[in-house]
Design a protein around this ligand. Structure first.
Ligand SMILES: Cc1cc2nc3c(=O)[nH]c(=O)nc-3n(C[C@H](O)[C@H](O)[C@H](O)COP(=O)(O)OP(=O)(O)OC[C@H]3O[C@@H](n4cnc5c(N)ncnc54)[C@H](O)[C@@H]3O)c2cc1C
Length: 649
């Protein structure tokens, strides 16, 4: 048997990783075994000369990326050609003209790219010919769907974008698109959730203290969760392995109302809070013990992809982190994304709803609308369990075509008022022409793709560093250990993943969550590969490098070990209970958001970065400076309207 070469074979066998590493690591690179077997080539490759006559991987029977496991998100095969191009721009010479002519060619098949196609068609007419290109094996971008079949039960989870929520209400444009697709989030929230199931079974939240960080492995139940009373907080703290001083200080921070900035006006307090990190606020202003900072350090991981050392205290106040009650600050929006304390975190008056696959359902409904026949059914509910027919996406007779595993490599304004776009697929370069192009891809790639842009614009685009993040989906055969321990979610302040939680309980269309702990269930885990001590963007650049260099086997080992340690007291056994894992790695994750610790007072250079260049416009959530679905939709609409306004002026 092949080993993993690091001397951990015995431990891996205990974790149930025996042979799996080999198989999964192999599958990640060659996930389309059908294609490989049939064509003798790697997945995503085009067999034959011109794309009009090709049989692409996505057209082959059995092509179904949502069911793939192992490394997902930015999976192996999705980014290598972009990196090769960055390192050798000559790669493009000799691109083959496909002869295709479109009204619009879109780089990026995430929600922004799909929405751009929708808005363009709405304005120009249903006959508009549109080509969307995406470098991944699936559409949706961050709105990614993970699917598992465990013991005959369909399990679905979001591999990225979790839900319809935003710090501010959806704009009429974004809301209008939801309604056009038949999505009414408030009604769905009323009729599809079963929020009480875990509570009725006596399951709540807990914190897992690990021995490397806190001196001993200990799972401590947290009665009352976020809304805990002072007595409940005291009870929780008494069970932790924290020192007496840390317990006392945390109790004061969470339940007291001390004005740690007495003597300053509210404006002065806010100004100071916007210029120091939350870690420094705790350390220098609250004068908290180092253990207190360790305890809170990863609270912002899920929201901003880094710890509390790299985000401002004011932004942390905005999302409800403790220690500010006594400051008596007026509730106004915070600098980062306009979070307003007092409103529920992350909603700010917006919707709050998640489909089982997160906003992948929005992407799937957009695809159903753009490419009839691709996603069977007619209603939102019947789409949930429907299986996309990928072979419908890139048909010659379609007005809208979606071409996967295709990386936009070069785009230029052609002399005739249109654009020429060159893309890479299967190691070859192809060129298409169109009247317009929307670049709905990650903004920091655009300077490489569109070299004709002015230097100031390229600098602004480069400034916008995305946040790396990992969303891990684990399919379990049962959740008896969770039930035994009385937990549905566990915060792990020192863990490889900073938290894990059972999936939301819901019934929608043909999808039904587990009701009994004996049934299969999905668990979600989050990891932020941040590098404490650096500024937020430096942490993100370093974290991206780490993600790209970390093999699936390392993730898998850490996942299994962490789950065993956290849930072992309830009888959990990773080797027996885990049925499948998808690690959604997002080296280019959340769109960059304003950080008052490092960004100029005037904000991010968004307008300079997204300026239209002739027949090329720039969309993507990056252009709006906010990692939210409504931002991606609004930016798509703006980009399309800019192109159409320019054409008619
Ligand atoms: C882990 C995670 C969780 C999130 N959770 C939420 C949430 O709960 N709610 C919410 O509102 N928002 C959430 N967001 C943010 C939300 O996903 C985004 O704002 C939105 O989906 C972005 O859509 P987009 O189309 O702008 O970008 P993307 O989804 O990134 O799509 C862009 C696509 O373009 C592709 N691309 C890049 N370069 C090229 C190229 N050269 N050629 C071809 N294709 C290219 C990319 O690979 C990608 O597929 C989350 C994001 C992440 C990463």
């Amino acid at each position: 048997m092949k080993t993993n070469g690091n001397g951990d074979e015995a431990r891996d066998r205990q974790l149930g990783m025996e042979q799996r590493i080999e198989r999964r690591d192999f599958l990640q690179g060659t996930a389309l075994t059908v294609a490989a077997a049939a064509g003798g080539v790697l997945p995503g490759l085009v067999f034959g000369a011109a794309p009009a006559a090709v049989t692409a991987a996505q057209d082959l029977p059995g092509y179904y990326p949502p069911a793939r496991t192992g490394m997902r998100g930015s999976h192996p095969g999705s980014f290598e050609s972009a990196h090769a191009l960055r390192d050798d721009p000559d790669f493009l010479s000799g691109a083959e003209d496909t002869g295709e002519r479109y009204d619009l060619v879109v780089a990026g098949g995430g929600i922004s790219g799909l929405a751009a196609a929708h808005f363009y068609r709405k304005a120009v007419g249903a006959n508009a010919r549109i080509l969307l290109l995406d470098n991944h094996d699936d559409f949706g971008g961050h709105a990614k769907r993970n699917e598992f079949q465990v013991d005959g039960k369909l399990l679905i989870m979001n591999g990225g974008t979790a839900g319809i929520s935003s710090p501010t209400p959806y704009s009429p444009v974004a809301d209008g698109l939801l309604k056009h697709l038949g999505i009414h989030p408030d009604e769905l929230a009323q009729s599809t959730y079963h929020p009480d199931l875990y509570r009725k079974l006596g399951l709540g939240s807990a914190v897992f203290f690990d021995k490397e960080t806190f001196g001993e492995d200990k799972l401590v139940l947290q009665p009352g969760g976020r809304g805990a009373s002072a007595a409940q907080t005291q009870q929780f703290l008494a069970g932790t392995p924290l020192s007496d001083v840390a317990r006392r200080e945390i109790l004061a921070i969470e339940t007291g109302a001390i004005d740690y900035m007495a003597g300053l006006s509210a404006d002065e307090k806010k100004d100071r809070l916007s210029r120091i990190s939350y870690a420094d606020y705790l350390r220098q202003v609250v004068k908290a013990h180092a253990d207190v900072i360790t305890y809170y350090f990863h609270r912002t991981d899920g929201l901003w992809g880094c710890g509390i050392d790299a985000v401002s205290a004011l932004d942390c106040w905005g999302v409800g982190l403790p220690g500010f009650d006594g400051l008596d600050l007026p509730h106004t929006a915070t600098p980062r994304m306009g979070y307003t304390p007092g409103k529920e975190m992350e909603t700010g008056g917006s919707y709050h709803y998640s489909f089982p696959d997160g906003n992948a359902t929005i992407a799937r409904l957009l695809v159903r609308d753009l490419v009839p026949g691709a996603v069977p059914g007619t209603t939102v509910r019947d789409s949930i369990a429907a299986r996309t027919d990928y072979s419908q996406l890139d048909r010659q007779q379609n007005a809208v075509r979606i071409r996967l595993s295709s990386t936009a490599a070069h785009v230029m304004n052609a002399g005739d008022g249109g654009v020429k776009l060159t893309y890479l697929r299967g190691g070859k370069a192809y060129a298409v022409k169109a009247r317009h192009s929307v670049l709905a891809c990650w903004n920091m790639m655009i300077p490489f793709i569109c070299p004709e842009l002015p230097k100031a614009q390229k600098d602004a685009l480069h400034y916008l560093v995305k946040t790396p993040l990992v969303y891990t989906s684990v399919a379990l055969r049962n959740w008896r250990a969770f039930a035994e321990l009385g937990v549905a979610s566990v915060n792990c302040p020192g863990g490889y993943h900073s938290g894990m939680r059972l999936d939301t309980v819901m019934d929608i269309g043909g999808y039904h969550s587990a009701r009994s702990p004996d049934e299969p269930v999905m668990v979600h885990m989050t990891r932020a590969p941040a590098k404490p001590g650096l500024s937020e963007r430096e942490q993100h650049i370093a974290g991206r490098e780490e993600l790209l260099a970390t093999p699936f086997s390392t993730f898998e080992r850490n996942i299994r070990e962490q789950m065993n340690r956290v849930l072992g007291g309830g009888g959990f056994d990773a080797a027996r209970d885990i049925a499948g894992i998808a690690v959604n790695r997002w080296p280019h994750g959340y769109a960059p958001e304003y950080n008052s610790l490092v960004d100029p007072d005037e904000g991010l250079p968004l307008q300079t970065a997204r300026a239209r260049a002739g027949s090329i416009a720039i969309a993507n959530a990056d252009s709006g400076g906010g990692a939210y679905t409504d931002v991606a939709i609004d930016q798509a609409d703006r980009a399309v309207q800019e192109l159409l306004a320019a054409k008619s002026s």
